[in-house]
Design a protein. Structure first.
Length: 408
């Protein structure tokens, strides 16, 4: 199949491209490199050094013997989206090209508006261009488990049956997102559902949990590694805990740490997306996959990361700074995830083995963590309307003790 990946230069876009190529699919990508710029904006960088896209393409050619067709462009410009779809006419489109950081969207009004405008616009542009140039293509749209929030009832995959005052219907499950970013994904979901209905488009809306991990089996060469963010804004929680353990600074469990989310390893996320592509939705079908493997509390993650860190010779401690976010810190969490399993998905990676793999891979890049360690501490407060000041004045954290000899 010919698959267009929007956001191919990103944390999951790049491993997805490698995986699809290895499976014999044809890959076309588009990216405007905005994540690279925005990570610099908050004073950070990827722990793994990321080559230019041209070098990435060359490495793919050399190592995998495959070609990636690439467009540098912005999905915010409709003429760009039209040109790519009219030229390529893909069988499937995996839409990952959105501002993906909840804390980034909470910096101030400018960041909130940019997040929502960019995310909703890119999706609408894709939907219109699909209708015009690729009406039979299958859209696999990256959404988030965070759309649902943390309700006190089990979370279905998108829809549930409701009985109310004598009437009965199957309706979209209510959304209670927890950041401007997460709300942008809710708006996208409504737009994709509506477009598939009026234009008979095929669509899978992926409610993905928090991803963790650093590599996939196709990354057989250092030049093929994906980015690995560890700062407050762009790093996800498991990845951040390991970077903190390597730096010798306390693992930052926000508040009481009972916050529970669905998690999935990078390799399994990529596998899930491939399965969705290979089993497309029917014309006019809008389906929802809850894409995660297991639910963990932040406390459990910190304890697991710190236990493994200690085994590997690092001295890891856990801190509970005041929660900069507004979220429930103790709650039940019971999301359903059956649709992917019905299509043959099986989890391949455990939390522990991936944590160990991150430690092993990151050891080589400790210097890059140390150089940016002041951006690891949280500074964006959900309650504040303007966090630009606190971002600018973040004091560099003192370096932690070096790992004991024999550390991973
Ligand atoms: N957390 C800590 N300490 C930290 C960082 C995070 O306790 O140092 C907590 C947060 O308060 C939150 C949980 O860990 O309760 C997850 O935070 P996160 O930063 O790993 O993930 P989140 O902001 O929810 O967003 C990430 C991705 C986003 C994706 C989402 C899936 O950045 O693109 O949509 O995970 S989900 O969480 O299911 O909505």
């Amino acid at each position: 199949m010919k698959v267009l990946i929007t956001g191919i230069d990103g944390y999951s876009g790049w491993p997805l491209a490698l995986h699809l190529l290895a499976r014999g699919h044809e890959v076309v990508g588009i990216d405007n490199f905005v994540t690279r710029r925005r990570v610099r904006e908050v004073g950070s960088w990827s722990a793994t050094p990321i080559p230019s896209f041209a070098r990435r393409q060359a490495a793919v050619r050399e190592v995998l013997g495959k070609e990636i067709t690439f467009y540098r462009g912005d999905l915010g410009r409709y003429e760009v989206v039209e040109k790519v779809l009219a030229t390529e006419r893909p069988d499937a489109i995996v839409h990952l090209a959105e501002q993906r950081s909840a804390p980034y969207s909470m910096i101030d009004v400018r960041h909130a508006v940019a997040t929502q405008i960019e995310n909703v616009t890119s999706t609408l542009h894709l939907l219109y261009a699909m209708r015009a140039y690729a009406p039979d293509a299958h859209l696999v749209k990256m959404g988030t488990m965070g759309e649902y929030g943390t309700p006190k009832v089990p979370i279905p995959e998108g829809f549930f049956e409701v009985e109310y005052r004598g009437g009965k219907d199957t309706l979209p499950f209510p959304r209670q997102a927890g950041s401007w970013y997460h709300w942008s994904k809710v708006f996208d979901s409504g737009d994709v559902m509506f477009a598939s209905r009026i234009w008979n488009l095929r669509a899978t809306d992926v409610m993905q949990g928090v991803i963790y991990g650093i590599r996939t089996p196709e990354m057989t060469d250092r030049r093929l590694l994906t980015r690995f963010d560890f700062d407050e804004t762009w790093g996800t929680v498991v990845n951040r805990f390991i970077a903190q353990a390597i730096l010798g600074v306390p693992l930052t469990v926000y508040g009481r740490g009972g916050q529970t989310r669905g998690f999935i390893a990078l390799e399994d996320s990529v596998q899930s997306l491939r399965i969705a592509i290979e089993h497309p939705a029917r014309p006019g079908e809008y389906r929802v996959f809850n894409q995660f493997d297991a639910a963990y509390s932040v406390n459990h993650l910190a304890q697991t990361a710190s236990r493994i860190a200690t085994e590997l010779g690092y001295s890891a401690t856990i801190a509970h700074p005041p929660n900069p976010r507004v979220e429930a810190e103790e709650h039940g969490y019971e999301p359903v995830h059956e649709h992917l399993y019905e299509l043959g998905y099986r989890r391949t990676r455990t939390l522990e083995e991936v944590i160990r793999e991150i430690f092993t891979t990151l050891r080589r890049y400790r210097g890059r963590l140390v150089a940016k360690q002041h951006v690891v501490q949280p500074a964006i407060d959900w309650r504040q309307g303007d966090n630009r000041g606190s971002l600018g004045t973040r004091a560099p954290t003192p370096p932690g003790p070096p790992p004991s000899s024999g550390a991973a």
